[in-house]
Design a binder for this molecule. Structure first.
Ligand code: F3S
Length: 429
């Protein structure tokens, strides 16, 4: 008799009882206990083609993680599927002082090289597979509708669930890896039909297209970890999941997931499950949240400014958290060029970094726009801006961003796309 409540298949029981080695048994035990905590009654096979890990940084103090990785690799308990991983934390092209560099390399990410090597042995797809937008076509880790995943990166999980119709819980780091090693994940929450039902109806009644990152923030803070069904957004972003709509939902979802803890949203007439089942996805007695211009303004006005000097001139600007899509990158380049020309300038007036997946950067670098962007003084990088801002010295700098996720987790200050564009292209008196 198993000491666990969960009903396991013979194969799963064999693993748990150590028939495939002591290490795999421990991995299974961890996932069973994790699942039981959330009321899972069974384990289901991971059916997504690839995994995605959230821990991409060789943070020197994470010694237990490195020891765990070594043990797993030594015992042959590596990932059953290739995987992508979140962005790298460092890039020499991103502006930083000598002192900040010392903190990055000698203190914070001192274990980056050995950790990259561990990821290689564990089964990372390739040396360019570092991005949070793993689901983009250029990167190739795009789940199919109904696929069961073992991911943890919140912006990727919410995208895979909502826009692609895959099924994944908001796991934590290492749990994502364990699921990929085992090929099983506990069946609960967003993996089940019931857990994918909406308990909130959000009605959009704005007079213009809401800023994706602001709308996501408002909804995230209201519904927290519940599932919202959003009505009225299709009038602004259409009812076709084209490039623009997907990019909008990427940014919207990341804000929902970080300003709250949303793992799945449905957009009426647009996202796959909403198109399929419509309001049948909404539970009885669902709560209602109405968003109009005044509500978005209220949300915006309540963001704290935690710069030491709130009137400081920005020293750095980050655009691309989550990483930019190829179309967004092209669009930002053209908009910055046009605005600089309008203002009689040739270079941005705030050091600016655009971030995108290595595969997207590579594609962009093959176009004439790459030279144009460089000529305007904008750095194009593959890093995660959050990992940059985690450097206590960088955190003291006045940094601006259009990312509500970056605002939430760091000292950076949020501005809308239009405000950011204005600020980085205007002459400072
Ligand atoms: Fe991606 Fe890093 Fe932002 S992982 S979503 S660029 S915080």
């Amino acid at each position: 008799m198993s000491e666990y409540k969960m009903k396991l298949t013979q194969d799963q029981l064999d693993i748990l009882e150590g028939k495939q080695g002591e290490t795999l048994a421990k991995v299974m035990k961890t996932l069973v206990l994790y699942g039981e905590t959330f009321g899972a009654e069974s384990m289901v096979p991971v059916t997504g083609k690839m995994g995605h890990l959230v821990t991409s940084f060789g943070f020197g103090v994470m010694k237990p993680v490195f020891a765990l990785m070594d043990r797993l690799i030594e015992d042959g308990a590596v990932s059953k599927q290739a995987f992508t991983v979140d962005p790298k934390p460092m890039d020499k092209n991103v502006p930083s002082s000598l002192l900040e560099d010392i903190v990055f390399k000698a203190i914070m990410y001192s274990a980056q090289k050995p950790y990259d090597e561990q990821l290689r042995k564990m089964g990372i797809e390739n040396s360019d597979a570092y991005t949070c937008t793993c689901y983009l076509n250029e990167v190739g880790n795009t789940p199919q509708k109904g696929d069961i995943l073992s991911w943890a990166e919140s912006s990727a999980v919410v995208y895979a669930n909502s826009v692609l119709g895959a099924r994944c819980n908001r796991n934590s780091g290492i749990i994502d890896l364990f699921g990929s090693i085992l090929g099983y994940v506990p069946n609960f929450g967003l993996l089940t039909d019931e857990g994918r039902k909406a308990t909130w109806i959000v009605e959009i009644r704005t007079t213009q297209k809401p800023e994706a990152q602001l709308l996501g923030s408002a909804i995230g803070m209201k519904v927290m970890e519940e599932v919202p069904y959003v009505k009225g957004l299709d009038q602004w972003i259409g009812s076709e999941l084209n490039d623009d709509a997907k990019a909008y939902l990427k940014d919207f979802g990341a804000a929902c997931a970080s300003n709250g803890a949303v793992g799945l949203y449905h957009i009426d007439r647009l996202t796959p499950e909403a198109v399929e089942s419509g309001e049948g996805l909404i539970t009885e007695n669902a709560k209602v949240y109405v968003i109009d211009d005044a509500e978005l303004q209220r949300i915006r006005d309540n963001y704290p400014v935690i710069w030491k000097n709130p009137d400081a001139e920005p020293k750095l600007c980050f655009i691309g958290c989550p990483h930019l899509t190829y179309s967004q990158l092209v669009d930002w380049t053209e908009k910055v060029a046009a605005k600089l020309a309008e203002n009689g300038l040739t270079k941005v007036t705030v050091p600016t970094v655009f971030t995108a997946a290595p595969a997207v950067v590579e594609k962009f670098n093959q176009t004439p726009l790459a030279e144009k962007l460089k000529g305007m003084g904008v750095v194009l990088s593959y890093i995660c801006p959050l990992m940059y801002m985690n450097n206590p010295l960088c955190g003291k700098k006045p940094v601006i961003t259009n990312s509500n996720k970056l605002r939430t987790y760091t000292t950076s200050r949020y501005y809308t796309d239009a405000e950011i564009l204005d600020r980085i292209t205007k002459e400072v008196k």
